[in-house]
Design a protein around this ligand. Structure first.
Ligand SMILES: *Cc1c(COP(=O)(O)O)cnc(C)c1O
Length: 477
């Protein structure tokens, strides 16, 4: 049999119209529409044409490809019409995992998003007066309650909060408002880069403020700040180190020293807190992480923090502090560019109400943080008992969950891990297969084992994690 030329092979391919008329694709057209099916057919036929053109495919394979066209179109349609942004199961034990979308929302926040999204709302409308209102009122009252009440009567009248897109935007807005064309004094030990290209010197430059670095990487004293103050100075800035720690021969000016220097020289002092907890981390055994309240109580004039880190709410940047300073930020035209939509307010208001009601366990990230090692161990044991497959080996091991999201890198919580190996399959391959399951499961690989930390897995997901592990390792290989 002589080899078919590529033009003969091309002629074998059906046209788009012919394919459309095949019964299998006609039913797809009925459910997904003509346009989507035509697009999928073009993609699939294009792939076969490329293979013919490259000369890599013989007549037999072309016949095979043609017989498989309807199935290939169906598969292509599934990919094209499927979601790219999907939910995954986080078995990494990193509670605020930026790559996995940080904080999952509380049920109340989800309900509020749904209700607010589907209807008109009083986002910027004062119902009593029938006039235009401000969007920040919806959460400002709750922040007042959470921050001011407890900060003591003296301060309570002065704390307000505004909301922008994220903490990077909050820092940008605050620097631009308070220090454009002037100098901002920052310790060299705090010129940090947070993941995703947030760098203090770059944000400073974009804000129009001039960075005045003082001290050294490991030691900065209050005297360093003091001697850098001049007539161009507008602000003292403290930045939470977030994703690293320095130890050894180190020194950092205390909040009290910064606040008293700022007061003496009539300057505002701001803290980029990063994570910004609204609860006391000491209650879960983590020390040395200041909460938003700690910072304000300590005398910081302005505090900037994220909505979706330790707060456990939607992505947002929050600026809390002295009402006069916050008012200036609100009237900055940048605020208009950085503001958030009604859905963020809806989710934030519901999350803050959970704090007001002291219903911390309704906020998933807080619940995960508060979960004891024993409780996680019991779930892990129950799951391990169900994981039976010939090549599968499952052990329990002590380990550590990480809070993540720019809280102190040493902020870890003791946990129990499921350590899984499968005979004849590398740990990397097993982890890749877990990511390929539905829903995808993301786990850690360490020392040739796949480690799953149930702290960040919702209890109702335990079963699907188990089922996925068994089915992936039980395959005929
Ligand atoms: C996380 C973090 C930011 C950035 O916050 P986003 O909400 O991600 O924009 C800024 N500063 C510090 C100190 C942080 O930890």
């Amino acid at each position: 049999m002589k080899n078919a030329t590529s033009s003969e092979l091309f002629r074998k391919l059906p046209s788009v119209d012919e394919l459309m008329r095949s019964p299998q694709l006609a039913s797809l057209t009925a459910s997904h529409g003509h346009a989507a099916v035509t697009d999928a057919i073009r993609v699939v036929l294009g792939r076969v044409r490329d293979e013919i053109a490259s000369g890599l495919i013989d007549e037999r394979s072309v016949d095979l490809a043609i017989s498989g066209l309807p199935a290939a179109v169906e598969q292509q349609l599934r990919i094209a019409l499927g979601y790219s942004l999907r939910t995954v199961i986080n078995a990494t034990g990193v509670i605020l995992h930026t790559n996995l979308g940080r904080a999952p929302l509380a049920q109340a926040a989800i309900d509020r998003i749904r209700e607010t999204a589907a209807a008109y709302s009083n986002l910027e409308f004062e119902l009593s007066a029938g006039e235009r209102g401000k969007r920040d009122v919806h959460v400002d009252r709750l922040f007042q309650r959470l921050l001011a009440d407890e900060a003591g009567a003296g301060r309570s009248a002065r704390v307000s909060t505004i909301v922008v897109n994220n903490n990077a935007a909050a820092v940008l807005l605050a620097l631009n408002t308070l220090a454009e064309s002037g100098e901002v004094i920052v310790s060299r030990g705090e010129l940090v880069e947070i993941g995703g290209s947030f760098r203090i010197p770059d944000v400073m430059a974009k804000s129009g403020a001039i960075l005045r670095e003082v001290g050294t990487t490991n030691r900065t004293r209050i005297a360093d700040y003091e001697s850098a103050i001049n007539e161009r100075t507008r602000l003292l800035l403290r930045v939470h180190r977030s994703n690293f720690e320095i130890s050894g021969f180190t020194e950092q000016a205390s909040t009290a020293e910064l606040v008293s220097l700022a007061q003496k020289r009539g300057l505002p002092v701001m803290e980029d807190l990063g994570s910004g907890a609204l609860f006391d981390l000491r209650s879960i055994g983590i020390n040395g992480e200041p909460s938003v309240l700690d910072s304000l109580r300590g005398g910081m004039d302005v505090v900037a923090y994220s909505g979706d880190k330790l707060l456990g709410g939607p992505q947002a940047g929050l600026i809390s502090g002295d009402s006069n300073l916050v008012k200036r930020m609100r009237s900055n035209s940048l605020f208009r560019a950085l503001r958030v939509d009604k859905l963020t307010y809806a989710a934030l208001e519901a999350t803050l109400l959970a704090y007001v009601k002291r219903d911390h366990d309704s906020i998933p990230t807080l619940r995960m943080m508060r979960c004891s090692k024993e409780e996680i161990g019991r779930r892990a044991e129950a799951l391990a008992a169900k994981l039976a497959a010939p090549k599968l080996r499952v052990e329990l091991a002590d380990g550590e969950s990480v809070i993540g999201g720019g809280s102190a890198p040493s902020a870890v919580l003791p946990t129990r891990l499921l350590a899984v190996t499968c005979e004849g399959m590398s740990a990397d391959e097993l982890a890749a297969r877990l990511r390929g399951s539905e829903p995808p499961i993301v786990a850690r690989v360490e020392d040739g084992r796949v480690l799953l930390d149930l702290r960040t897995v919702f209890p109702e997901q335990d079963e699907s994690v188990g089922a996925a592990i068994v089915s992936l390792t039980d395959l005929e290989r």
